[in-house]
Design a binder for this molecule. Structure first.
Ligand SMILES: Nc1ncnc2c1ncn2[C@@H]1O[C@H](COP(=O)(O)OP(=O)(O)OP(=O)(O)O)[C@@H](O)[C@H]1O
Ligand SMILES: [Mg+2]
Length: 501
């Protein structure tokens, strides 16, 4: 490399300076191909003060509250005849906060452009959908003062698990007041209120709790066959306590309640919960099952904001089993139990926990007393129960004698077994092209109790050994050391499958 002389250095420097000037001129003369006007002047004109230096008040909006935020903004805008939404252009709109955008000045990468929308559910029916703004800025007036609210939906593909509102106003107090009002309106207008929902994971990532609306189940008390007085006790605790909320509160008694339903698979824990949900129209219910129990905080905050509420925590044993951090009950289970404790005692919220392996929960529950104030065992049906179940599912089809014979042969089986038995009998009749009759009940029973159906019995929650040739007697409970059975109907995708219809 040869040394540059002093004159050459000077020349190079001069060239660089000129070249920079040229580039700058070219950029300035370049037609604006980003398509939109600069954002800053629009905001400045609306607010009446230079927008660039103003503080931005940001409010996170979980994905499952996006519709509520949209409704709240529309309500505030409704008081202002000149309110309007402007959109944003440029890919950087997905990444930059409003403060960042304004910092970039008039030539920044985000300009006035199109408003982005998403269609989100507002209820379980196919036509319960709302177009919700996922990117845009409301220009409106609140309490007589101008404000701008930037809306950004959650976008896990860009690493944003939650959406947010960013409020810009001429002074900080005005921005804070608007945020407070928006929060109130979100709870007031919430589409979750009085509905039954499950929190589900989207394929994108962990913390992303989308919401699925589930039709409220329609299970009458007459369709729930349990030992005398058991259903009443549970209903009284969950529903009755809510009905007397004001008296309990006046007397300084806590309203929050926790009920644990435990017992073998297929005996009616989920069925009982479906009945409780049917009994409580107007109560907001959040259903979590197995892995989705991770969303317990979101569920608790929905419950708090939408009282009266029920939070269902199905199959808690699955969580108890997750001992990723060594021995003992899983940290997630403690987190669940602590969340139950964290909610105000006078909140009208009922937590309903189910498990078919209560021994896995016992340690954790004993270490965190006070979370559950009623533990009800949902047992295998006794002879009287099995007869009642046969009457419920097939009473109009078979004679009293055939049903009593079947009752004797089904010792140790579950309620879901009896339900399947009747279905098989009807199927056997259909195959024979005959109306269902006693013979078909016998055929179906032979089939279900045969060796070839061991796995079926297991899936119906029945001890696989149960059957005519096996030792009679109830299936051992707790089913120590056996894999969890019969849970398929309980935690299908979305966690709400067991509740549909
Ligand atoms: N006690 C019952 N009375 C009437 N029908 C019942 C009863 N128990 C169960 N069934 C019927 O069997 C089906 C399955 O029962 P359910 O899902 O309630 O069992 P579960 O106790 O929740 O089992 P798991 O522990 O596997 O979740 C119910 O949808 C219902 O049709
Ligand atoms: Mg269940």
């Amino acid at each position: 490399m040869t040394e540059q002389s002093g004159g050459e250095v000077e020349q190079t420097r001069e060239f660089t300076v000129q070249f920079q000037r040229l580039i700058r001129r070219m950029l300035e003369d370049l037609p604006d191909d980003s398509g939109g006007d600069a954002l800053e002047p629009v905001l400045t004109e609306h607010l009446g003060v230079p927008s660039a230096g103003l503080p931005v008040v940001s409010e996170p909006v979980p994905h499952h509250r996006a519709v509520d935020a949209d409704l709240a903004l529309e309500a505030v805008a409704g008081d202002d005849a000149h309110a309007r939404v402007i959109g944003l252009s440029g890919d950087m709109r997905h990444h930059l906060t409003l403060g960042d955008i304004l910092q970039h000045g008039p030539r920044g990468p985000v300009r006035v452009g199109q408003v982005d929308y998403d269609r989100l559910d507002t209820g379980p029916a196919a036509d319960q959908v709302r177009q919700v703004i996922t990117s845009g800025i409301w220009l409106l007036r609140f309490e007589g003062r101008p404000a701008a609210v930037r809306v950004q939906g959650s976008a896990p593909q860009y690493g944003r698990q939650e959406g947010r509102l960013e409020v810009l106003a001429p002074d900080r107090d005005a921005a804070d007041a608007l945020v407070t009002r928006l929060r109130e309106l979100m709870d007031e207008l919430s589409v979750l209120r009085g509905k039954v929902v499950t929190l589900v994971d989207e394929p994108f990532g962990h913390g992303f709790a989308g919401i699925t609306f589930v039709p409220r189940p329609d299970v009458d008390a007459s369709a729930v066959v349990l030992p005398d007085g058991l259903l009443d006790r549970v209903v009284h605790h969950v529903v009755g306590m809510g009905e007397h909320r004001s008296r309990l509160r006046d007397a300084g008694q806590h309203l929050k309640r926790g009920v644990l339903l435990y017992g073998p698979p297929g005996t009616g824990k989920t069925h009982t919960i479906r009945h409780l949900l049917a009994r409580t129209p107007g109560t907001t219910a959040v259903l979590l099952a197995g892995g989705s129990l991770r969303h317990i905080h979101a569920a608790a905050s929905i419950a708090r904001a939408h009282q009266p509420a029920i939070v269902v925590l199905e199959d808690c044993d699955l969580v108890a089993e997750d001992r990723s951090f060594g021995m003992g009950p899983s940290p997630l289970l403690f987190e669940v139990l602590d969340t139950l404790d964290g909610l105000d005692a006078d909140a009208d919220v009922a937590f309903l926990l189910t498990t078919n392996r209560v021994e896995d929960l016992e340690v954790a529950l004993a270490q965190r007393p006070g979370r559950v104030d009623l533990a009800a065992e949902i047992p295998l049906p006794d002879a009287e129960g099995r007869l009642a179940l046969l009457r419920l599912y097939g009473g109009h089809l078979f004679s009293a004698e055939a049903m009593s014979t079947a009752t004797a042969r089904t010792e140790g089986t579950t309620a879901s077994f009896t339900k399947e038995l009747v279905r098989r009998a009807v199927l056997a009749a259909a195959i024979a092209d005959e109306p269902p009759a006693d013979d078909h009940l016998g055929i179906a029973l032979d089939e279900l109790l045969s060796d070839g159906e061991r796995l079926t019995r297991s899936l119906l929650g029945v001890d696989p050994g149960a059957g005519d040739d096996a030792e009679p007697g109830p299936a051992p409970f707790p089913p120590a050391g056996r894999p969890r059975r019969g849970g398929f109907h309980a935690y299908a995708p979305g966690g709400g499958a067991a509740y549909r219809g």
